[in-house]
Design a protein around this ligand. Structure first.
Ligand code: PRP
Ligand code: URA
Length: 209
């Protein structure tokens, strides 16, 4: 059974509150998404494997832990997940980056795939799958199905805001993955938007409102 972690850090809460504000413009929105992703990444990367490496300090030669950096790949769900990549890369600059392009059909709310490019050896890697919004869960479930079909087993999904419906659906579909949630909201409205949410994350990140 994978873990579900809902952030309780005041910095994450504060920044998500700023993100929700309809008066927060594109520039500040992007900055906040990056900062929240970095803070959440700190938790999501807690179990990354380390190995002992030799380092010479001014005092002695010693063996100390360092990240096995080539073990990590970040696979944002396009478009909005792209906004979370720079914050995560600032923690592990050598991580590989794959892409999965999914969009929700406006009428059915079902996701459809339009692009995919993943590292060749993805089955050997830890995958962090960022997407700011987990609404019905359809996009996240589709993305995890796809990553698993490539042989990958170590998967961490990360979202800034989740609806209870989406979190339940993702957990039921994929009991084994780790899920990191910035804030769990009230629910979905009739258009499958998260309430209170922050609106359309992709449009707010890329200024396409
Ligand atoms: C948004 C969001 C998720 C999806 C969540 O993407 O970034 O990918 O909706 O909804 P779900 O849980 O009901 O599937 P959207 O389809 O708006 O595409 P975009 O990122 O290109 O704007
Ligand atoms: N996608 C978004 O960007 N926002 C929502 O509230 C739901 C889906």
């Amino acid at each position: 059974m994978g873990k579900t972690l809902i952030m309780d850090h005041p910095l994450v809460k504060h920044k998500i509150t700023l993100l929700r504000d309809v008066n927060t413009g594109t520039k500040e929105f992007r900055t906040l998404v990056g900062e929240i992703s970095m803070l959440m990444g700190y938790e999501a990367m807690r179990e990354l494997p380390t190995e002992l490496v030799e380092v010479t300090t001014p005092i002695a030669v010693t063996k100390q832990p360092a990240l096995k950096q080539s073990k990590l790949t970040i696979v944002p769900i396009l478009r909005a997940g792209l906004g979370m990549v720079s914050g995560l890369l600032s923690l592990v600059p050598t991580a590989k980056v794959g892409h999965i392009g999914l969009a929700r059909d406006e009428a059915t709310h079902q996701p459809y795939e339009y692009y995919c490019k993943l590292p060749r050896n993805i089955s050997e890697l830890t995958v962090i799958l960022p997407d700011p919004m987990l609404a019905t869960g359809g996009s996240a479930i589709h993305a995890v199905n796809f990553i698993k079909s490539k042989g990958c087993r170590d998967i961490k999904f990360m979202c800034i805001i989740a609806a209870p419906e989406g979190l339940k659906a993702l957990r039921e579909a994929h009991p084994d993955i780790d899920i990191f949630v910035g804030c769990l909201d009230e629910g979905l409205n009739e258009n499958a938007y998260i309430v209170p949410g922050l609106g359309d994350a992709g449009d707010r990140i890329f200024g396409t409102l």
